[in-house]
Design a protein around this ligand. Structure first.
Ligand code: DGJ
Length: 545
């Protein structure tokens, strides 16, 4: 009898353990996570790929929910599905070890009420190089939390990454934050991704000259980094490889022996230590709640040298160093405030790094989003200080996001395959050829057409995307472009337009609108998406001889 009960209890325990395991595995797989599809990496939310049509709040706007309250309706009107929101260490842990998550909770609830997902930005040890978000008890205890120093030995308001106390304090706070998010959001997944720190960088020198930093600088390059570099020597980011090549790929020695003397070596050294520190913060957070985590970078102005720009951050030429030191960080992301949008997308979409643009100047053309999402499989796009955009119901971003929202299911199916392309045109790039399936598309800026309506001033940036629906059927979406068609088959055949319809999608179903013929297709010669608005047209092609 006893043994029967005993067996039953064991069986029950095994059943419970097993089922608990299944539930935990299910829950874990349902957490937002990254997944590859062809050449793309997508963010999976609640079991489905998700395209972040985002906006980032201005730095101080999430410190007062009353201040933020009126803007939520604007975010909806702008067709945002994701908001990037800072979380401030100084307000989360005003007293050491005492956490206050009131703001975190309020923003999660408000986001849920508005059906908007969140990417939370951990303003911890570093914010735009500085340590201005460190709590008062950190700022005022320089023994425990030492500062970085300039070459002249002057302390600066940047916590030095060479000190475990600072790293551990940040790590504890971040882990507490992640634990809290898990407890309040582990089921709903309103929070879908985390940015660890913000625009880490060293300025006005390329490296920290504090005593601990100087000691580390004289040491050997850590074997972990050497091993990574040797193993990946042929696939390193070319700019980085060139720097190392100067010493003929020396495989051991001090930093200056391996990479040579110069500011570039100061920066590589510093990047390694910034990345190690950040990796520990991310690891502690992922240990309790493993959401995807990334770091963002302030980019480099042309001809600036290390030390003149925030150096050693997650910049493209340092991608390998960051990757070797910080495997807990899923990817590096650019904050693009320069006009050279295409160049920075290309630099970040390398070496398997997925593209996400957490910040872009909010005065930039939303045509950028079409290009990044279609050409570079971007997971998302997010203008900065989104709350300050005027006319939320009718500004260009709202129009662009409306179209991208409609196209989202199709975009997500086509990312990472050879069936979708993006294009961006401006005053210097008027024309682009795109090959897709059997056809060649020549995409021109509408200003190159004599009959286009032009506005005074600078030629605006325009662009869009082409999605292949069938071998002879394509969706073309965007603004300010003119598209002509050729066959790619070299048999003398000519591509003709069978039909063009403008239209829109409702819940993934195509609702055709006007048949675009006559003047609207230049009597069958081209497809035109007029500027100053965003639209979708569906074209069916055929060929004749
Ligand atoms: C980039 C930073 O990451 C943001 O937090 C903000 O400071 C903007 N710059 C301001 O332009």
């Amino acid at each position: 009898m006893v043994s029967k009960n005993y067996k039953a209890i064991i069986a029950l325990m095994l059943f419970l353990i097993f089922n608990f395991q299944i539930v935990s595995d299910q829950q874990a797989s349902e957490l937002p996570h990254l997944l590859k599809q062809g050449t793309a990496t997508q963010l999976i939310v609640d079991g489905k790929p998700f395209l972040m049509l985002g906006g980032e709040l201005g730095n101080s706007s999430a410190s007062d929910m009353e201040y933020l309250r009126p803007y939520w309706k604007n975010f909806k009107a702008m067709n945002l599905n994701t908001l990037l929101v800072p979380i401030y260490w100084e307000l989360v842990e005003p007293v050491e070890g005492e956490y206050d998550f009131t703001l975190v909770d309020s923003v999660i609830i408000a986001a849920r009420n508005n059906d908007i997902r969140l990417v939370l930005l951990w303003f911890g040890t570093w914010k735009n190089s500085m340590s201005c978000y460190a709590p008062y008890w950190v700022k005022t205890d320089q023994q425990r939390f030492p500062r970085a120093r300039t070459k002249e030995g002057k302390a600066i308001e940047i916590l030095s990454p060479f000190h475990d106390e600072s790293r551990d304090a940040d790590t504890r706070a971040f882990a507490a934050l992640m634990k809290h998010i898990r407890s309040v959001d582990g089921q709903a997944h309103t929070v879908i991704m985390i940015q660890v720190e913000n625009e880490i960088g060293m300025i006005p020198d390329a490296r920290d000259y504090s005593e601990s930093a100087n000691i580390a600088f004289k040491k050997q390059v850590p074997p972990e980094l050497m091993k990574y570099l040797q193993q990946n020597r042929d696939s390193l980011i070319p700019e980085f490889r060139q720097m190392w090549q100067r010493t003929n790929f020396k495989s051991s020695g001090t930093w200056e022996e391996v990479f040579g003397q110069g500011l570039h070596t100061d920066e590589i050294f510093m990047a390694w230590y910034f990345a190690l520190y950040t990796n520990e913060v991310a690891r502690a957070g992922k240990d309790v709640y493993p959401l995807p985590m990334y770091v963002n970078a302030a980019l480099i102005r042309p001809n600036y040298k290390p030390g003149q720009y925030p150096s050693a951050g997650p910049l493209p030429h340092l991608m390998d160093v960051w990757r070797a030191a910080a495997p807990q960080i899923d990817f590096l992301a650019p904050d693009i405030y320069f006009r050279s949008f295409v160049e920075w997308c290309e630099k970040y979409d390398r070496s398997g790094n997925p593209l996400f643009i957490p910040e872009v100047g909010n005065n930039q053309s939303p045509a950028n989003a079409f290009y990044a999402i279609a050409k570079h499989n971007a997971m998302g796009y997010s203008p900065f200080s989104i709350e300050s955009l005027d006319h939320p119901e009718s500004n260009p971003l709202s129009m662009a996001y409306d179209i991208l929202n409609q196209l989202e299911p199709l975009i997500l199916v086509n990312q990472g395959k050879e069936t979708m392309m993006g294009v961006l045109l401006d005053s210097t790039h008027h024309k682009k050829q795109i090959n897709l399936g059997d056809y060649r598309f020549s995409v021109r800026h509408e200003y190159s057409w004599a009959y286009a309506q032009k506005t005074e001033g600078e030629t605006p940036r325009v662009g869009g995307m082409i999605i292949m629906l069938a071998p002879d059927e394509f969706l073309i979406a965007g603004s300010g472009i003119i598209v002509t068609f050729e066959t790619q088959v070299n048999d003398g055949s000519i591509a003709g337009i069978a039909s063009i319809n403008e239209g829109h999608f409702i819940n993934g179903n195509w609702i055709p609108g006007r048949r675009m013929n006559g003047d609207q297709s230049h009597q069958g010669r081209h497809l035109h998406l007029p500027g100053r608005t965003y639209g979708i047209q569906r074209v069916k092609l055929y060929s004749f001889k």
